[in-house]
Design a protein around this ligand. Structure first.
Ligand code: GLN
Length: 553
């Protein structure tokens, strides 16, 4: 079985240079040339996975089909490529050490001293081996953090060793760096890049390709200077300019031949690039025919990275309709019954996304009530589905104390709870329901129409479930429908209000599976309904103005 080739992506100078987008973009180009790719993120921090990290600090936790809670860069990887990612595609120092310590306790090291080199580096290499299967031609490995960090040293050493083993044509080193513009001098500065490459070389790695993040283009002189001082090919100094949409990055890289160069270095034959559909998609994003305003009522709205995939999925959902999406981020805690109409009146559609903890729950139910009564399209995701059902139970079914045991452990009406809280029902045993679960869809539902299928699979990340045995009858007797559930009927996956233009809550996270070239059906349907609302609303406002005008005459 032929071994895959490697592209290692490191970063220098500062964090947040977009290494993830850079890796995803190169992978995108290779895929467009008929190669099979996979991507892996190695994170130097000590958390075992990002599952326990605050979305405020670390951004969204991305979930794979096999239920791994991973870094949000895996979301970019999936949106830019067709790589099937799993728990093996993301590992942290914490995870690596956890394995080593378990081995040590079992006595697997036979009395040897356990050390960073070779034990940690070997474990890192074993992690890379896990995704180096015969199904892929190229493995792209992104090393988190910045070169020079103490934490990332073992990772850099591991990839250095790999070059020694796989040889020059076996791997390519891509370094993402910064060429800042210093306004006072009116100049772009190459020194930080020189220093960062020097640092990398001190660790035994000579980069092959430099992706220089800049605000403007790089002049020929600057490229030559960087090439000379960093000892890279002139063609390999790439201007990774700021862009209006991240989906432009593969196009910019293609124009500068990043993929050609990588393939040359790896001595990999490939087909010509087929980037047309991608370019058309980017053009579509740039030249919408109209726009809709979507209000996201959530609790981490100050930090957009916490809802990364959601934001992207909304953009994708606008594409089939030729629509730009204007997102209004609304802090759930700020919404009250009195202010809801004023705060939400400009929105053509409302969405309550996933979340944990009680903060903001009342504001969410107020927003949902407003959407239900005013017939504004509503999309509830995970927590947004739970709050949607709770609002309905309280305000329509008359069960004022309806709650989730997450927020009120002693609630009289446990409409959402952990299944094991109900005696006699077998539970999963674990704490979270994670990853892909099958779901069957009811005929004649919004979901069924959107998917055009009666069986689907979607990803989960939550603990609480609808209490079907005790509350299904009340719920459906008042008009809410359960339109999606697991094939065994144990878990409710989708609820809808048929007597509404579009009103759907799902227990899973559809945003994780949306790609720009394959917008998620629920997002596309929600945006379509929101646009319909927008047009009707707009028309009726125009009509009213016209009438008033006529009256005044
Ligand atoms: N907090 C809720 C639960 O655990 C919802 C989780 C989420 O929205 N991802 O079930």
């Amino acid at each position: 079985m032929p071994k895959p080739k490697y592209i290692f992506v490191t970063g220098g100078v500062v964090s947040s240079l977009g290494k993830g987008i850079a890796a995803a973009s190169i992978a995108n180009l290779l895929e467009s040339r008929g190669l099979r790719v996979t991507l892996q993120k190695l994170d130097p921090y000590l958390n075992v996975d990002p599952g326990t990290m605050s979305p405020f600090q670390h951004g969204e936790v991305f979930v794979t089909d096999d239920g791994a809670e991973t870094d949000l860069d895996l979301g970019h990887y999936e949106r830019f490529t067709h790589a099937a990612l799993s728990k093996d595609n993301n590992a942290t120092s914490g995870r690596i050490y956890e394995r080593i310590l378990a081995k040590e306790r079992r006595g697997d090291y036979l009395g040897k001293t356990v050390q960073v080199i070779p034990h940690v580096t070997n474990e890192i290499r074993a992690q890379i081996d896990k995704v180096s299967t015969g199904d892929v031609d190229v493995v792209l490995v992104e090393i988190g953090g910045t070169v020079g960090d103490i934490e990332s040293l073992p990772f850099i050493e591991a990839i250095r060793q790999m070059r020694h083993d796989v040889g020059r044509a076996g791997c390519v080193f891509v370094h993402v760096t910064l060429v800042p513009y210093i306004a006072a001098a009116g100049e772009l500065k190459t020194k930080p890049t020189q220093h960062s490459v020097k640092e990398l070389r001190a660790l035994g790695i000579q980069p092959d390709i430099l992706l220089c993040r800049t605000e403007t283009d790089l002049s020929r002189e600057l490229r030559e200077k960087i090439a000379l001082f960093c000892d890279v090919d002139k063609r390999a100094v790439i201007a990774a300019r700021d862009v209006d949409t991240v989906y432009q990055v593969p196009v910019n890289f293609a124009e500068q031949g990043v993929d050609d160069m990588a393939l040359e270095l790896l001595r990999l034959p490939a087909e010509p690039r087929r980037l047309e559909p991608w370019k058309r998609m980017v053009e579509g994003l740039r030249n919408p025919e109209d726009k809709v305003t979507i209000g996201i009522v959530g609790k981490y709205v100050d930090y957009e990275d916490s809802y990364k995939s959601l934001k992207e999925a909304l953009l994708h959902g606008g594409l089939p309709h030729g629509l730009r999406i204007k997102i209004e981020w609304i802090e759930a805690e700020s919404i009250t019954r009195e202010t809801a109409a004023r705060q939400l009146g400009e929105c053509d559609g409302l969405l309550v996304p996933g979340g944990f903890g009680i903060r903001g729950i009342d504001g969410m139910t107020e927003a949902i009530r407003y959407a239900r009564e005013k017939k504004v399209p509503y999309f509830g995701i995970c927590l947004g589905m739970q709050t949607m059902v709770i609002e309905f139970m309280r305000n329509v079914c008359g069960i004022a104390e309806a709650h989730s045991t997450e927020f009120a452990p002693a609630a009289k009406h446990r409409v959402f709870f952990k299944l094991r809280e109900l005696k006699g029902v077998e539970d999963l045993g674990g704490t979270m329901r994670l990853g892909a679960w099958p779901c069957r869809l009811e005929a004649g539902s919004f979901a069924r129409r959107a998917y055009g299928a009666d069986k689907i699979s979607e990803r989960h990340r939550h603990r609480y479930e609808f209490n079907r045995p005790e509350y299904e009858r009340t719920l459906t007797a008042h008009g809410m429908r359960i339109t999606g559930d697991t094939p065994d009927g144990a878990y409710v996956e989708i609820c809808e209000l048929p007597d509404h233009p579009w009103y759907l809550g799902c227990q899973f996270h559809p945003e994780f599976k949306s790609k720009p070239l394959e917008p998620h059906p629920l997002f596309a349907a929600f945006i379509g309904a929101s646009y319909e609302y927008h047009r009707r609303h707009f028309r009726s406002v125009a009509e009213q103005e016209q009438k008033q005008f006529l009256r005044m005459r």
